[in-house]
Design a protein around this ligand. Sequence first.
Ligand code: GLP
Length: 244
Amino acid sequence: MQIVVHASATAAAEFLADSIAGAIAKQPALVLGLPAGRTPIGLYRALVERHRAKRVDFRQVTVFNVDELMGLPLGHTATYGAFMTRHLFQHVNLVKERTHLPDGSRNDPDAEARRYESAIVAAGGLDVVVLGIGANGHVGFNEPAASLTAETHVARLHPGTRRANAEPFRGDWRRVPRHGLTMGMGTLLRARQVVLLAAGTGKARIVRRAIEGPITTRVPASLLQLHPNAIAVLDRAAAGKLRK
Ligand code: GLP
């Protein structure tokens, strides 16, 4: 895995925004996988700035979000869909028909997972997928386990993951849904490029395990080491425990 370390989280976000803007300039119909979470907020801010400065045009771009919480009504403020609208979609010229999230409000979530996976395949697969990392090594909602799932699927969230997602639920983790829909490890590993974005000392330990530790389903992000075109974009704090 290629590792790029920046002095600050802002510098890391701007580097990645420039790299995504460059990829879109080269390939205007780029298919982009994007995460929710605190980590990518700076990236989305930097992309919006570049869009306003006419340095990036999203008109032909397709977005597939990596994951979504289940059981909330569509458009609920705590959904990842609402998060993406607030931080990115409403500020740039992405076309609505080409912005996709798994629909966590469906009665048949397994069918929704299959539909989502097929939609990614029909779009030609992901060109670039940007991922955050959970403190336990999860990517999307692929939680540490004895085995992982390849395709988009229903995932049961670990209690720690529900705690990490509690903010939009007035800080009460018991209100956080128990399940999410997420791209699977195969969906992610089939992307032509994978970017792992992490910032802050709180991620340093898991970043080291993901990048330098053994490849194991107990640290789902460690599977990204298998990808031929994976890059970790880190700030100095998140890179603080790397040996190399
Ligand atoms: C969440 C999400 C992931 C996200 C990760 C890290 O639970 N399911 O998509 O990348 O955890 O979140 P954060 O960036 O807020 O640390």
